[in-house]
Unconditional design. Sequence first.
Length: 160
Amino acid sequence: MNEPLPRGSETRLVLTHLMQPADANFMGNIHGGIMMKLIDEAAGACAYRFCRTKVVTAAIDRIDFHHPVQVGNLVRLLANVNFAGKTSVEVGVRVEAEDLTTGMVAHTNSAYLVFVALSDSHKPIPVPPLVAETPDQKHWYSEAEERRRKRLAERQPADS
């Protein structure tokens, strides 16, 4: 059976990456910029898969660094569409690093990114609706709605 899934049916994505010496500083810690790139890639792939069209990064609300990532760690990026607006989606990414020797897993990063869906002529186009079904999805949707409200309020000019 070779049928595509309908738009908006895929809200989650997991990417993995084995961290190499070229990704690290002299102390063996992976550069923050490398982690930011991986987060953007995972979130972008998740948004693209959900929308089934090209997307571009429009905003990064925040990236938190909780724990360093080391050379040799297997990094898991768990991306999830938290909110869908008219032409944009918010994707949350949780990053975990596994020490392959000990099996210990650390939550290293959290991030929220916003992507806008684009037509072939690079104009914003509607995204599929997101239906939050589970308690976790409803919680993530509600929190994402609040972050969206704050982002939009920050764009408004201050009244004199």
